[in-house]
Design a protein around this ligand. Structure first.
Ligand SMILES: Cc1cc2nc3c(=O)[nH]c(=O)nc-3n(C[C@H](O)[C@H](O)[C@H](O)COP(=O)(O)OP(=O)(O)OC[C@H]3O[C@@H](n4cnc5c(N)ncnc54)[C@H](O)[C@@H]3O)c2cc1C
Length: 416
C-alpha cells in the first residue's frame, strides 16, 4: 500500500505542499481543512452587503516572488496575476497634495535614484545611501536600530514599503526580515519589483486552480475536517484525532501541519511559536473606479495606505491596523471613503461598503517574535511544520507560505 501524507490546513502553505507532493506520485495526499473553504487568510467569498465576490484582503505580490510565481505556473494560473509592464508605484501625499510615481529601472544598479523624474520628490541620490545598511543588518536588531527612521526617503519610500511587507510599524520590525525583502526585490531592481494583483480574485487565481489540479492528481480534500489532537509515540505521530473519526498512521505515513501558530501550539507539545500578531484592515466599496486611476495607489499622511482599483470595486488596505480594530464599522467606512473620494475625485456619498478586519493577519514581525519561529522538521520523524510563521527568513507573506509548503514537501520526500 502507498504511504499517505496528511496535510493539515488548506491555506497556501498546505496547498503548495500538496501540489508538490502530489506531483511526485508514490504517496497518497490527503488535505484536511477545518473550515468549509480553502485558502485560509488568502481567500475570496461572496459578500452579501456588496452583492459581489471579494477577497478577505487585498494581496500584493511582486515579480521577485519566485516561489509564488512557480506555484502559479504549476497550477496553470500564472496569467491570472496582472500588473504593469514595469515597476511603477504611484503615490499621493494627502497632507501636501503632491502626487508622484516611482519608476524603478530593471537592473540592480539603481539609476532611478539619479533621475528626479523617477525618484521620490524632494530627495537627492545621496539620501538613499543609508538604505544600504538594511541589506545585511546585525542579527536580532530592529529596523529602528539599524537606520534612522526619519527624513523624506524614509517617509515616502522605506516606511510604506516595510509597513506593507512586514505588517508592523517599521522601526519595531525585524531588520533581518526587512533585509530579506529588500535583497529579493529592490536590490535586484525593477524586474523583481513589478506589482502583481489577482485581478479576478484570490480564489480563482491562487486557490481554485490548485484544488482542481490536486483533484486531477487523485489527492483527497476533506473540508470541515478539523484536526483536534495527535497521539505521539516514541519518535513519530501515531494517530490523528478529528473528533468523530480517527486515523491511525502506518509507519511510512507522514503529516504536514500547515495551520496558524495559535492552532499548531496546542497540537504539538513544547512548540515555540510566535505569540503576538498584527491586524490588517480592508475596506471594500462597490463603485466603478475612475478610468484614469492606477490599479494601485499609495497614500501618505492618511488613515488609508493603499487604494486598489478592481472592476466595479475600490478596495483599501491598512496594515498594522490594530488601532482600528475596535472603531465602529460605519465610522471607519466613512473616514476611509472620505479620503478615497478626496484622492480619486469620486463623489463624497458613501457607496455600498464592507469592512474586513483580520485581527491576526500576520505574526508581529519583531526580532523577538521572529526568533520564535521553528524550522520545518520536528522531533517526530513523520511530523513536518509549514506556514508563513515557520522560519522561512521572510515575513508572513504568500511567498513565505508557499516556500514553507515547498520545504515541507522536500523534508517529506527525504523520509522515504
Ligand atoms: C488581510 C490580509 C492581507 C494580506 N496581504 C498580503 C499581501 O498583500 N501580500 C502577501 O504576500 N501576503 C499577504 N497576507 C499574508 C498571507 O495571506 C498569508 O501569509 C498566507 O495566506 C498564509 O498562508 P498559510 O497557509 O501559512 O496560513 P493560513 O492561510 O492561515 O492557512 C491555515 C489553514 O489551516 C486551517 N486550520 C487551522 N486549524 C486547523 C485544524 N486544526 N485542522 C485543519 N485545518 C486547520 C485554517 O482554517 C486555514 O485554512 C495578507 C494576509 C491578510 C489576512
Amino acid at each position: 500500500m502507498n504511504a499517505t501524507v496528511h496535510i493539515i490546513g488548506a491555506g497556501l502553505a498546505g496547498l503548495s505542499a500538496a501540489v508538490r507532493l502530489s506531483r511526485a506520485g508514490g504517496r497518497v495526499v490527503v488535505v484536511h481543512e477545518a473550515t468549509a473553504f480553502a485558502g485560509g487568510r488568502c481567500r475570496s467569498y461572496h459578500d452579501a452587503a456588496l452583492g459581489m465576490t471579494i477577497d478577505n484582503g487585498n494581496h500584493l505580490l511582486l515579480s521577485g516572488n519566485r516561489a509564488a510565481l512557480d506555484y502559479l505556473r504549476t497550477i496553470g494560473a500564472e496569467r491570472r496575476l496582472v500588473g504593469p509592464p514595469a515597476a511603477e508605484f504611484s503615490f499621493v501625499d494627502l497632507a501636501s497634495g503632491e502626487r508622484w510615481t516611482l519608476r524603478f529601472n530593471d537592473g540592480p544598479i539603481p539609476f532611478w535614484i539619479f533621475d528626479p523624474g523617477r525618484r521620490v520628490p524632494g530627495t537627492r541620490a545621496l539620501d538613499y545611501a543609508p538604505m544600504a545598511q538594511l541589506l545585511w543588518p546585525p542579527a536580532g536588531k530592529a529596523v529602528g536600530e539599524v537606520i534612522a527612521c526619519e527624513g523624506t526617503v524614509y517617509r515616502r519610500l522605506v516606511e510604506p514599503l516595510l509597513l506593507a511587507a512586514l505588517n508592523i510599524d517599521p522601526p519595531q520590525g525585524s531588520a533581518r526580515l526587512a533585509a530579506a525583502v529588500i535583497r529579493e526585490t529592490l536590490a535586484v531592481g525593477g524586474r523583481a519589483c513589478r506589482p502583481l494583483i489577482a485581478r479576478e480574485g484570490l480564489g480563482s487565481t491562487l486557490i481554485e486552480p490548485a484544488l482542481a489540479l490536486l483533484a486531477q492528481r487523485g489527492a483527497v480534500i476533506r473540508m470541515e475536517h478539523q484536526l483536534r489532537s495527535m497521539r505521539y509515540g516514541r519518535d513519530r505521530v501515531e494517530t490523528l484525532y478529528f473528533g468523530n473519526d480517527n486515523i491511525a498512521l502506518n509507519t511510512d505515513d507522514a503529516v504536514v501541519l500547515a495551520v496558524p501558530p495559535y492552532a499548531a501550539a496546542p497540537l504539538v507539545g513544547d512548540l515555540a511559536t510566535p505569540t503576538e500578531f498584527r491586524a490588517i484592515v480592508n475596506a471594500h466599496f462597490r463603485i466603478d473606479p475612475p478610468p484614469v486611476m492606477p490599479s494601485m495607489l499609495g497614500v501618505l499622511n492618511a488613515t488609508v495606505e493603499w487604494i486598489f482599483a478592481f472592476p466595479g470595486r475600490i478596495s483599501v488596505t491598512i496594515s498594522a491596523g490594530d488601532r482600528l480594530v475596535d472603531t465602529p464599522r460605519e465610522e471607519l467606512a466613512k473616514t476611509i471613503w472620505c479620503e478615497v473620494a478626496h484622492v480619486t475625485g469620486l463623489p463624497a456619498a458613501l457607496p455600498p461598503w464592507q469592512i474586513v478586519r483580520e485581527r491576526r493577519a500576520t505574526f508581529a514581525a519583531t526580532p523577538a517574535q521572529d526568533a520564535r519561529r521553528p524550522g520545518a522538521a520536528t522531533q517526530w520523524r513523520n511530523l513536518v511544520l509549514a506556514g508563513d510563521w515557520t522560519d522561512t527568513s521572510l515575513p508572513a507573506t504568500i511567498e513565505g507560505a508557499i516556500r514553507s509548503g515547498n520545504r515541507a514537501a522536500e523534508v517529506i520526500a527525504k523520509l522515504s
